[in-house]
Design a protein around this ligand. Structure first.
Ligand code: SF4
Length: 398
């Protein structure tokens, strides 16, 4: 379980004003001290995120955020960081100190949860400090809220069960390839092992596609591009070839027309984002002009091979396609701008290291600001003229 990548764990974030008891509540829920607790307002200055087991649900990421009422120059930076966390939050807890309830802040937070389509629970903490009349009056007004005491552990178990129920009802992880092919199909995965490949391992999308094939009884054969031709000859029938986007052109030439072909990145466009929107976004390429502003967004900083695609191959491919230059901006990790309106096109990486919520929020932000967004695999397929072929496998889906 500890091996479950962060990107595949539901992200549960705690919001609320300073000193609402978010950190002590988190410690009480998980039964260990992961967040620093004190009575001093603003002890949590930056979001603290921790991958862990929420028993009996399984692996999750908890994020303890700084108070939403923080003030001053630094405080505003912290608040913005907490708000940024909304983009990757699958489930939220809004924590309130029953002795210091600010209804306006609460309503503002609820609006934000609604804006980002985040299911949430309202949690009144420190119920131990109220008498029964006061408590009942709160309960009367906030019928769906949870009343807990992180200090005494009162109602923590009920809250934990409600969180699990909430994330379970949201859990609807689609297969990566399992719904595209019937049981017992044959898939060949093409993984070039060149100087750009990470040493001694294969990357996450490839690992996850193999696991998805195993889960769905699909036979998967992993080969380098250099052995692909022999592998296709060895196998009696092949239902699908999935390649690393970097080898798209070469693999397209090797794979006969009667065998469907797609890429890991295109599968991820559907799995983590929205394939339809990302394909729609690539159509904007033809309306780009010299100097158009293109944001290239990579969700992690460590994969040189992907860096090479984003920083070198895609810009070069675009310049070659149009025979003129563009104005490229590169952003990494969680540094995705809230305001994307200055760009003419966003090209996103395959997003294997971020959770689907983050990617879908980014797509939504672009949609709201009418800025087309696409991803590496879709662009590379487009530029090599094989986008239609790489989408054929999805045609029978709605
Ligand atoms: S850059 Fe994107 S696709 Fe590449 S490894 Fe990082 S998260 Fe995955």
């Amino acid at each position: 379980m500890n091996q479950t990548p962060r990107a595949n764990r539901p992200h549960i974030a705690l919001y609320g004003n300073r000193n609402a008891g978010k950190s002590s509540l988190l410690n009480a829920i998980i039964g260990q001290e992961i967040s620093l607790v004190s009575n001093i307002k603003g002890t949590t200055t930056d979001p603290v995120s921790k991958a862990m087991e929420l028993i009996p649900f399984g692996p999750v990421v908890f994020i303890d955020t700084a108070g939403l009422d923080d003030d001053g120059e630094l405080g505003n930076i912290r608040v913005n960081r907490s708000i940024k966390i909304l983009q990757r939050t699958d489930f939220a807890l809004y924590v309130i100190d029953v002795n210091d309830f600010n209804e306006t802040s609460y309503k503002e937070a609820v609006l934000l949860f609604k804006r980002f389509h985040i299911p949430y629970l309202t949690v009144f903490n420190k119920m131990d400090s109220l008498n029964s009349i006061q408590l009942n009056s709160f309960k009367e007004r906030y019928k769906n809220a949870y009343f807990v005491s992180a200090k005494d552990g009162d109602n923590i178990l009920e809250l934990k069960n409600a969180i699990i129920k909430g994330i379970e009802s949201e859990e609807n992880e689609p297969p990566i390839v399992g719904d595209l092919l019937p049981y017992n199909s044959t898939v060949v995965l093409v993984v070039p092992v060149d100087s750009e490949a990470p040493k001694g391992r294969i990357i996450l999308p490839q690992v996850q596609v193999i696991r998805d094939c195993l889960d769905h009884g699909i036979k998967s054969y992993v080969v380098r591009d250099t052995e692909l031709k022999d592998a296709l000859n060895d196998l009696k029938s092949v239902d699908l070839v999935i390649t690393d986007s970097q080898a798209f052109k070469k693999v397209d030439e090797i794979v006969p027309d009667n065998i469907p072909l797609t890429s890991f990145s295109i599968l991820y466009a559907r799995y983590k984002g929205d394939l339809f929107k990302l394909v729609e976004g690539v159509n904007a390429i033809e309306s780009l002009k010299e100097g158009s502003r293109i944001l290239i967004s990579e969700s992690c900083t460590h994969n040189h091979s992907h860096e090479d695609i984003g920083r070198v191959k895609i810009p070069k491919g675009l310049v070659k396609h149009f025979k003129h230059d563009f104005n490229f901006t590169f952003r990494m990790g969680h540094d995705f701008p809230d305001d994307v309106s200055e760009y003419d096109l966003i090209i996103h990486c395959g997003s294997c290291m971020i959770n689907p919520k983050t990617m879908r929020t980014r797509i939504k932000l672009c949609e709201e600001q009418r800025v087309p967004i696409t991803n590496y695999g879709v662009v590379l397929a487009y530029l090599t003229g094989i986008l239609d072929r790489s989408l054929e496998i999805f045609h029978f889906l709605n």
